[in-house]
Design a protein around this ligand. Sequence first.
Ligand SMILES: Cc1ncc(COP(=O)(O)O)c(C=O)c1O
Length: 442
Amino acid sequence: MSLSRQSNAASNPGLASALKTARAAYLERNPKSHAAYTKATESLPGGGTRTTLVVDPFPLMIDSGRGSTITDLDGHTYKDFLSDYTSGIYGKSNPVLLDAIRSALDQGLQFGAHTAHEGRFAAGLVSRFPSMELVRFANSGTEANMLALTAALKHTGRNKVVVFDGAYHGSLLCHFHSGDKGTPEGVVRAPFDFVIAPYNDISGTKALLDPIKADVGAIIVEPMLGAGGCIPAEPEFLRELRGYATEIGAVLIFDEVQTSRLSPGGRQALLGITPDMTTIGKFFGGGFAFGAFGGKREIMEMFDIRKPGAISHGGTFNNSPLTMVAGATALEHLLTREALERLNNLGDYMRDTLNRDLKASGVPFHVKGLGSINQLYCTLPEQDRDAAMEVLFFKLLEKGYWVAQRGTLALNFENNPEEVDGFVSAVVDAAGMVAAVAASTA
Ligand SMILES: Cc1ncc(COP(=O)(O)O)c(C=O)c1O
């Protein structure tokens, strides 16, 4: 298996031809994006700097965004149903957020010092997540996870980190796969001593870990596999994992970088399960680069530099005043219980409606997920799935909808029920076309 983004080849001739036609139409529709991308390849390997966004033959270049709409360099507009892979929860131009950011800009940039907003933001987070008695900030979810793992290993004096099959914990931790799939070619991973356990399988996990339990310092788990396909953890699995981590003396970390948008206190609050540490990131930065890790006082106090032997944790932008103001403002004014409930109910409605209508149309697609975080799946034979998803992606762009080519769907506060209905019709229509093409030569 390779992570590199080479052209998808369908074994189904109808799909192969539809893909060729769709790519050619895309090229013709988007000359300015194509030119900007071609220029970018002169200085950026592969023409970009975020592998997730790669599109064959080239990605679109976005010029601006308002509300739930983005506009590309060639002037096409798209309703955003990706929301920057869950991170763009506020839409593109929330006035409360933009005003706060503008006034922070007016205060000046980069003081190389603390501001009162740092403690204000931390207090807001700590009050929402009982599992974070103390919290520290970083610049990404990846960094937050690496710092949390480091803290857990130091706290326990052990060396093994347990992750789960299908998990994604950030760029330097990457996707974990056990069994036949193995480690994808191209994965470069921070050198922790990882053990990959089966997700949603507590007896398999215990059987794997029991013989090495004295060495297990950290168990990190997503309450729903996000990039791994929006597969929710069974509540009972997480509950038993909680108990098992305590039993073997390991630090249990919930990576809620994505799932923290499911309620004011993340999925852990919905399930009433308290891990020893929690990591978050993405939208909590109010539109800026952000990550945070927090946990039990006795673990996090290792970072208290007033104490002998404390862990040093630098980072030029850990407390960037702009991020602190944007994050605190979003937490206090935008990420309310009502707003999150409305968003996640809309996501449930979208998933249910899509699944109902896709099923009624008899097309080989369905959706999995929780609340506002979802994943579109194709159930054609495996060798044709990537090509089918790619044709679907191009069709949705033509219809004015922005999603991830891999099928990630995430809502933002600016999406409304009418938009969702329009999106559902567009997906069902595009899926029907893909299915018809595939069936014509299958
Ligand atoms: C569950 C999870 N953890 C960690 C990360 C990494 O966050 P970042 O991209 O900010 O490094 C992601 C990013 O998608 C994620 O989904």
